[in-house]
Ligand binder design. Structure first.
Ligand code: NAD
Length: 437
């Protein structure tokens, strides 16, 4: 056995805080209640159903991941959150239309008890929403302090041992890193002076990190992906992971593009379009908000294929991504991908993918895994950017100067090896002899 990290036990209750209690958040909450009642399976969650190899190949030992590392048990998880609308989780889940009414009715007593706290919100950053369930404060610092009070009250009222936060709020307008994001001192000054460069999502991030609460960002907003927040995370010993849940079309991209690159096949063009009819689709119908998503979706191919290293294969790659708001589809997104590839002697070929997915059904287990793994990271004394959680993210946050890794199989390898390392199991490199001779 290799050296072991000291991982604290997962005792008591874990509170999962979700800013934004819309389609994804209510699907996680209802899902966990359904699983705990024994009426549904947590499909898609590695923390619940995934296995990984331990030891030599010859021993064929592939236990459940949750039996290898001490994850917090689902039965001891409680949920809380914030939204700009007052609907309780039962009402919000019903409106989101992801889960069937029959299932939700069975969970109604538990779901209607979960009521969102007043949000920190500013329409300037999400124009298509107009909820009124909003906190007031003279400065952004005052709003951050109100969030911290909410968090402390929630922890006490629910008797939680620990908390994690996963941003499930709407995608805000596109923003670039500026001076205010460069250091924690600048950021705190910006909070006091109401800097425009600090959107609501960053106020939640600040509140969580200041209190040492692990934070993941499910949307493409900058949020924890700026130096000031990385500095704060290090200072308070807090793990972070961003950004943008990797679910439908992008999940497919990070499965297929590394495969084509592995076989040195060329790609001339990749056209991706989507129709989507939920509230997220309505928000993304605004060009400023779509831009944030577009940048996140586009980065995947460039960074996976590295055209600068393979000019003959990917130098002329044309990549286009479109999202069209189409209400009749609700949360059941449909995506089409046309991939123009090239093989031996430049002969062209095409791949077509038509993915009829369910956005929140794919996102909920991703958000749950992020919450449980971040809690594990915190208990293991890890802080700052958790690159091993890139597996779940469209635009994985990487340390300054490093390219993020998008290849889902490399990401999985890193995730599994991190878990092995935590508990002192041999790392699997697929290099040396992994069998007894
Ligand atoms: N579903 C997926 O597959 C997927 C994949 C990647 C990323 N995402 C991102 O996850 C986020 C949630 O997606 P969704 O489908 O649940 O969207 P949704 O519109 O159903 O839910 C978002 C909720 O956030 C609330 N909100 C917005 N700003 C807020 C604020 N400042 N404070 C508190 N609440 C706020 C909205 O009122 C809404 O209820 C979006 O940003 C989306 O882009 C989703």
């Amino acid at each position: 056995m290799a050296d072991k990290m000291k991982v604290e036990k997962a005792k008591g209750k874990l509170g999962i805080l979700l800013p934004g209690m819309g389609a994804v958040a209510t699907t996680i909450i209802a899902g966990v209640h359904a699983v705990n009642k024994g009426i549904a399976e947590p499909i898609g969650a590695l923390t619940q159903m995934g296995r990984m190899r331990i030891g030599k190949r010859t021993t064929n030992n592939q236990p459940l991941i949750k039996d290898v590392v001490p994850l917090h048990p689902l039965k001891d998880v409680v949920f809380g959150g914030w939204d700009v609308y007052e609907d309780n989780v039962y009402e919000a889940a019903t409106k989101a239309g992801v889960l069937e009414a029959d299932l939700l009715k069975k969970l109604k007593p538990a779901l209607e008890k979960i009521v969102p706290m007043k949000a920190v919100f500013d329409k300037e950053y999400v124009k298509r929403l107009d909820g009124k369930h909003i906190k007031k404060g003279k400065t952004k610092m005052e709003l951050a302090e109100k969030l911290m009070k909410d968090i402390a009250d929630f922890k006490k009222a629910n008797n939680c041992d620990r908390l994690v936060m996963v941003w499930c709020g709407s995608t805000e307008i596109f923003m670039k890193e500026t001076e205010v994001h460069k250091t924690l001192a600048n950021f705190e000054k910006g909070l006091k002076e109401n800097s425009y460069d600090i959107p609501p999502s960053m106020i939640y991030t600040y509140a969580a990190l200041k209190m040492g609460i692990p934070y993941a960002n499910g949307a493409p907003n900058l949020s924890c992906d700026v130096p000031a927040m990385v500095e704060l995370a290090k200072l308070t010993g807090t793990p972070i992971a961003g950004k943008d849940f990797k679910t439908g079309q992008t999940l497919m991209k990070t499965i297929i593009a590394p495969g084509l690159r592995a076989r040195a096949l060329g790609i001339d063009g990749w056209f991706s379009t989507n129709i989507l009819g939920n509230r997220d689709g309505a928000v993304l119908d605004d060009p400023d908000n779509f831009k944030t998503k577009e940048v996140s979706k586009l980065s995947v191919l460039e960074e996976s294929l590295e055209p600068e290293l393979f000019p003959a294969l990917y130098g002329d790659l044309y990549h286009k991504v479109r999202i069209n708001y189409y209400p009749p589809r609700g949360d059941n997104k449909e995506s089409w991908d046309n991939i123009d590839i090239r093989g031996w002697l430049n002969y062209p070929m095409q791949i077509k993918i038509n993915f009829l997915c369910r956005d929140s059904i794919l996102a909920a287990p991703v958000a749950l895994d992020l919450a449980l793994f971040l809690d594990l990271a915190k208990r293991s004394g890890m802080s700052g950017i958790q690159e091993w959680l890139s597996f779940y993210l469209k635009s994985p946050q990487a340390p300054k100067g490093l390219h993020p890794i998008h290849d889902i199989f490399k990401q999985l390898n890193k995730l599994e090896n991190t878990l092995r390392y935590m508990v002192g199991e041999e790392l699997i490199t697929y290099l040396g002899q992994d069998y007894e001779v």
